[in-house]
Design a binder for this molecule. Structure first.
Ligand SMILES: [Zn+2]
Length: 144
């Protein structure tokens, strides 16, 4: 899971969760799918929080360099975002991510590699995730 940093004097903390979509050291996301998922998850997680998780503010969704998942960074009231709730928020954002009809932000002005995308591949990955169980793991197993 995660790292947490208290925001001094605010009653808030910043939480970062590892959201794995592939098993490490097995079949990785392609670079294009990983990039498109970054755009889709950022929009869908923000929308989920703005609509249903009003005390949470999404700061960032960033791809892991190993292409197995994403770091989800959220500002939340201290103690209000256990792993179980973060897992629920991820589960809840997936249908919204699948409903996005056009890849957000994939333009020259807004993306550093706007040609390096695979929207259909990303949608297939999200569809797969909606059929799988999203499992909260405090300590993920190491696989080789
Ligand atoms: Zn981009």
């Amino acid at each position: 899971m995660s790292k947490r940093v208290e925001v001094p004097g605010s009653g808030y903390e910043i939480s970062t969760f590892d959201f794995r979509v592939r098993t490490p050291n097995t079949e990785l996301l392609t670079p294009k799918v990983a990039h498109s998922l970054e755009h889709l998850f950022a929009v869908a997680l923000r929308a989920e929080c703005e609509e249903h998780q009003l005390d949470l503010k999404v700061l960032d969704v960033s791809p892991m360099g190993c292409r197995t998942g994403y770091y989800l960074t959220v500002l939340n009231p201290a103690g209000a975002l256990p792993l179980s709730r973060a897992t629920e928020a991820v589960r809840a954002m997936l249908p919204g991510a699948l409903e996005i009809g056009e890849l957000p932000g994939a333009r020259l002005e807004t993306c550093g590699a706007y040609r390096e995308h695979d929207f259909e591949g990303a949608r297939a990955e999200i569809a797969r995730l909606t059929r799988e169980e999203i499992v909260p793991l405090e300590k993920p197993p190491l696989l080789d």
